[in-house]
Design a protein around this ligand. Structure first.
Ligand code: ADP
Length: 619
């Protein structure tokens, strides 16, 4: 039963996730046939309950981190960005249109409205959006305050009235960013994405025409011109990002600075919540960043979507979203999680949770969800715990799971159950007792075959013809080595190799990478991996790592995220970009200290990024 990977979809969707996973040989969870814990990925559009995070088993993953509402609700985002602006300066946090949360900020809005009215006359526009609605629902644009009517909490935002247009049509970008981990912060931006068009020509004298001012597909697909062949835009209302990039190239527009700025927006936005998101190593999150570009080619953040739409409305959707989900699954690297589950299911006792994220001192055999065990079951639990000491591998799973969690006092929680060996040579980490591995005398594992090899045709770039196996013996002398091997094995991010670029989308092969020209793979020498600061892989499919982006930010995010240092780094490079001429040469972050690997700064692109003025060579 436990052989293949199993996914659970809440409310039967999204279909593209099902399709991609089934194509890869996964099985869909069926509650009639499977045990409650017998799944590897649970995907839902809405938030998980706290208990679902707490009861996660080591091999299980959720598609949401807890508590990310700070950027995904319009009012929270506005508030958080305001706070960051006040702390770190408006020069850095200048990428979101001024926003007011009404009714609370009404007086402040009024004063700004009047100020603009005096300085610019009536040509200042505003957009009003209900804070907790999406898909363009309840949105309207206004010029005169008398038209501002609302009956729920809304944000009123400066309307970017000079958007980039293609043949007169407004557009915005849907950028997919995956937060692989908040602790340490690890962010990937997908190189593909969507461009969403309005379906009627932009016209400031018809503010009520939503088909001209909003780019939501959910609105435009009901517009009268949705199916019409529109000049340059074509039918429908979406392009792939590749097609957009081809457009930029055809106009002789250099796009690199744009991507650098967009990546910076993603990073700065995530920094607003990163320190407050609880650590949950078994979670991953795909955010949809909506970015509007103005005529000066400045990208503006409109909003961040929790559970970005994965419906397949058109060919662009199919191309982008199928590739996106495939890459997301690769990024999660399920190869070893599968073996964890398989092994656990081969052992008695693992139908109960082996670890409780918020109560690390709980016995693995305490009953799930029902709190403390009853007095009648205590003797049984003790016996099982003794037996469990012989099952060291299980402990290692738990320990490995724990090592991603906030520090807990392992001396109290596990010392009595096994030998504690500090495998981390790096003494700066010793305060994190969660990095310890717990060993017991009879370590033994079976050969575990990486799941992708079970389906090589579907992941050809991974098929190296020999099954990836991880094997340890029960030989005493090799035990520590074996545990380290296991740790590497279960350390998802270190074990992902850089996956070659996969052709996707519109005439993709002719386009250069939009990120740094230097795509040397991060070489992680496996045997030394644990002793080094951990460098997440550079790219996985079309996901490009954008944070950490240099050695300083890698260090600043290793333990407790040091936002100040990250901001300093961003400031430093932003200032260089702003003040230097075309001879600007960004220092490459190639620090080779203490045997560290080279570390490329992806965020800032090539060594000599073009000036903004060079974007429009023809004008
Ligand atoms: P929703 O969550 O309802 O989609 P958005 O904030 O994404 O709300 O806004 C919907 C659309 O309205 C955007 O895709 C964009 O086309 C337009 N829009 C939103 N805010 C602005 C703005 N400040 N300036 C210009 N256009 C905007």
């Amino acid at each position: 039963m436990a052989a293949s990977l199993v996914f659970r979809l809440h409310d039967r969707g999204p279909e593209v996730v099902r399709e991609v996973l089934l194509e890869r040989g996964w099985e869909e969870y069926d509650q009639e046939k499977r045990k409650e814990e017998d799944w590897n990925l649970y995907w839902r559009g809405s938030a998980f309950r706290n208990s679902e995070y707490h009861n996660l088993l080591p091999w299980q993953r959720l598609n949401h981190h807890p508590k990310t509402v700070g950027i995904t609700r319009k009012d929270c985002l506005a508030r958080n960005l305001r706070r960051m602006r006040a702390t770190f300066g408006s020069a850095l946090y200048d990428f979101s249109p001024t926003a007011f949360i009404l009714p609370n900020d009404y007086t402040r809005f009024l004063s700004e409205y009047n100020k603009l009215r005096l300085s610019r006359g009536p040509s200042a526009y505003w957009i009003c959006k209900p804070v907790d609605l999406s898909r363009g629902r309840g949105i309207f644009i206004f010029e005169d305050i008398k038209d501002l009517v609302y009956d729920c909490s809304v944000i009123v935002q400066r309307y970017i009235s000079n958007p980039l247009l293609i043949s007169g049509y407004k557009l915005d970008l849907r950028i997919y960013a995956c937060v692989k981990s908040f602790h340490p912060l690890t962010v990937y931006v997908h190189q593909e994405g969507l461009v969403r068009f309005a379906t009627e020509k932009y016209n400031l004298s018809s503010l009520h025409n939503l088909y001209a001012h909003l780019t939501n597909t959910s609105i435009n697909k009901f517009g009268p011109f949705y199916k019409t062949e529109k000049e340059r835009v074509g039918q429908g209302c979406k392009w792939t990002m590749s097609k957009f990039r081809h457009f930029l190239h055809s106009q002789d527009i250099d796009e690199l600075l744009l991507w650098q700025r967009i990546n910076r927006i993603v990073t700065l936005t995530l920094l607003t919540i990163a320190p407050s998101v609880p650590s949950c190593p078994n979670c991953v999150e795909l955010f949809g960043f909506d970015i509007l570009i103005d005529v000066k080619f400045k990208p503006w953040l409109l909003e961040v979507n929790y559970s970005p739409a994965l419906t397949l409305d058109c060919q662009a959707d199919i191309t982008v979203k199928k590739g996106l989900i495939g890459d997301l699954i690769d990024l999660m690297n399920y190869t070893l999680i599968d073996s964890l589950r398989e092994k656990a299911y081969q052992r008695r006792g693992y139908t109960q949770p082996c670890f409780h994220a918020n109560h690390p001192s709980r016995s693995p055999f305490q009953k799930r969800r029902t709190g403390s065990p009853s007095p009648q079951t205590l003797p049984l639990i003790k016996t099982l715990e003794k037996m469990n000491q012989r099952q060291s591998r299980q402990h290692a799973f738990v320990a490995d799971y724990q090592r991603h969690l906030p520090p807990v006092d392992i001396d109290k929680t596990h010392a009595s159950r096994g030998r504690i060996v500090d495998t981390t040579a790096n003494k700066t980490r010793t305060d994190r007792k969660t990095l310890n591995l717990i060993l017991s005398p009879h370590s033994r594992t079976k050969v575990s075959v990486v799941n992708r090899q079970t389906c090589p045709a579907l992941a050809p770039w991974l098929a190296d013809n020999s099954p990836r196996v991880s094997e340890v013996t029960d030989h005493d002398a090799t035990e520590i080595e074996a545990e380290m091997e296991l740790a590497r094995e279960t350390d998802v991010s270190s074990s992902i190799r850089d996956i070659p670029h996969r052709g996707l989308g519109f005439r993709r092969s002719k386009l250069p990478n939009i990120y740094s020209g230097s795509h040397r793979p991060v070489k992680m020498e496996r045997t030394k991996a644990l002793n080094r600061q951990h460098i997440p892989p550079l790219r996985v499919g079309d996901f490009i790592r954008t944070f950490p982006f240099n050695t300083a930010t890698l260090r600043a995010s290793q333990h407790q995220l040091d936002v100040k240092i990250v901001i300093q780094e961003l400031h430093r490079v932003t200032a260089q970009l702003a003040t230097s001429g075309s001879k600007l040469r960004i220092e490459e972050e190639k620090v080779k200290k203490d045997g560290e690997e080279d570390f490329d700064s992806l965020l800032w692109g090539p060594k000599e990024p073009p000036l903004l003025s060079q974007f429009f060579k023809s004008t």
